[in-house]
Design a binder for this molecule. Sequence first.
Ligand SMILES: NC(=O)c1ccc[n+]([C@@H]2O[C@H](COP(=O)([O-])OP(=O)(O)OC[C@H]3O[C@@H](n4cnc5c(N)ncnc54)[C@H](OP(=O)(O)O)[C@@H]3O)[C@@H](O)[C@H]2O)c1
Length: 218
Amino acid sequence: MGRAAERVSVRSMRIGILGTGNVARALAHGWSAAGHDVLLGSRTPGERGHLGLPVAGLDETVAHADVLVNATPGNVSVELLRSVGASALAGTVLIDVGVGLSDDYTELSHPNSSLAEEIQAAFPRTPVVKTLCTMDSTAMVAPAGLDGPSTVFLSGDDAEAKRTAGALLADLGWPPSSLLDIGGITSARGQEHFALLFMGIANGLGSHTFNIKVVTAP
Ligand SMILES: NC(=O)c1ccc[n+]([C@@H]2O[C@H](COP(=O)([O-])OP(=O)(O)OC[C@H]3O[C@@H](n4cnc5c(N)ncnc54)[C@H](OP(=O)(O)O)[C@@H]3O)[C@@H](O)[C@H]2O)c1
């Protein structure tokens, strides 16, 4: 696989995940099991005690994070991040898993662009890496549970941030050969726009638990 992202080992990290939904909870369990200190960020943390996971408000979660993850609906993520503020986010790697879709999943909220590009433009001192958004939350944290190896993409302008994201993917069970760096943050639009094909494949299969694999000529 060309330009496979390099695996690096990371120390136990403080990970803040914005959102408390399917993706946030799956990633929290996966990274906690790998030894990371994970905190979920909610608009209403007092109502999230039933999750059985550490949950705090958005500001506290951002302050906690060496690495921040956006797992909120893509059509509100930028507004949510603006409420936290650019200075609080400066210097923190942001892994963006969000996709902006209409309620019926048929329209993109960022056609001819991407959520990740919009976040990077709004927060230039926060290196953004787009990854994991081309599969459902089950596959994100259990790639070995699929019927063979598959591909996870990385997009972003900051090489060090991509190395950090690659190491955190390894902690979820992604082997180095599965990681494919597809370029700068502009390439995130390909990952996000795949959501439309994802829905079609899911309809065809009758399941959301699948992933794609990039295969090359021998
Ligand atoms: N589900 C998947 O398998 C999957 C796969 C690929 C990509 N994605 C993308 O990943 C992101 C998270 O997906 P998800 O399935 O975890 O979503 P979800 O279950 O709907 O959870 C989203 C979370 O975002 C928080 N949030 C903040 N502002 C919000 C607002 N205005 N409206 C609704 N929720 C808000 C909520 O937490 P609080 O209420 O606690 O604040 C909520 O729990 C989305 O952008 C989605 O497109 C999902």
